[in-house]
Write a protein that binds this ligand. Structure first.
Ligand SMILES: [Zn+2]
Length: 245
């Protein structure tokens, strides 16, 4: 059974650097926005982590213990290398100095090459706060002469995922082909019964069907079955035009 680390970053067991760390305001955001990319990178042998910032509770059909069980089930499906919960407060997430130090400490201990934050335009204040917090923590992570644990470290890139509570016509900068990983993504999302199944309309299109249509839309734009959109503020470098689909 996968372990959800809840200790302070300074007490984390030593680990090899992660290739990527998805930082999520709530347990389920990582699955919803990047479940396919996460499963794909895991299958390619990358060390992938998820840091949930809060418990995500209370919600209408969830509870702390149920959400933890659902998170463990989803983690088992995606098979990520590492998952933790920073213990910040749901609905009250703020980019405070204290929270910045905490998240930067995770970066120094886990040393992810790439970090993933929520897209900056969202209706959910926790998501907007998380984006600010992650960007500031990325900068702080490289500070010297500090009390933070671990060595100074700067995540090479920050990418933004779309898990937005707005019906935006989004414009991603890249789309990952998740055709072979849509099923794993769907199962990872369905693990959160209290969030996506319980109390939701059962008439088509169900939430899961709408998510599949979204994935098919992004896949269609790259002539693949399913895709997952990602944004970036900094331009991307590619080794060769041949790396593109
Ligand atoms: Zn969320």
């Amino acid at each position: 059974m996968p372990m959800i680390h809840t200790c302070s970053p300074s007490d984390l067991p030593a680990t090899d650097p992660l290739d990527m760390l998805v930082v999520a305001p709530h347990p389920d955001d990582a699955e919803l926005a990047l479940g396919g990319t996460i499963a794909k990178m895991v299958d390619e042998g990358m060390r992938v982590g998820i840091l949930d910032l809060t418990t995500g509770e209370p919600t209408p059909h969830g509870s702390e213990s149920l959400r933890r069980e659902e998170t463990i089930a989803a983690t088992e499906i995606l098979k990520v290398t590492w998952r933790g919960n920073a213990g910040l407060v749901n609905r009250k997430l703020e980019a405070t100095l204290q929270a910045r130090e905490l998240v930067a400490s995770y970066f120094r201990m886990l040393r992810p090459r790439w970090i993933f934050a929520p897209y900056w335009n969202d209706a959910h204040p926790d998501h907007v706060a998380a984006t600010d917090l992650i960007e500031a923590a990325r900068f702080w992570s490289k500070l010297s002469k500090t009390d933070m644990p671990g060595d100074r470290f700067h995540p090479e890139r920050v990418y933004y995922y779309f898990c937005i509570h707005l019906r935006l016509a989004i414009e991603p900068d890249l789309i990952v082909d998740i055709s072979d990983h849509w099923e794993r993504k769907r199962r990872g999302i369905e693990a959160y019964q209290s969030q996506f199944i319980a109390g939701r309309p059962t008439e088509p299109p169900t939430l899961i069907e709408r998510l599949e249509s979204d994935a098919a839309h992004w896949g269609n734009l790259i002539a693949r079955r399913y895709g997952e959109p990602i944004a970036t503020k900094e331009p991307l470098a590619i080794r060769s035009l041949r790396d593109l689909i």
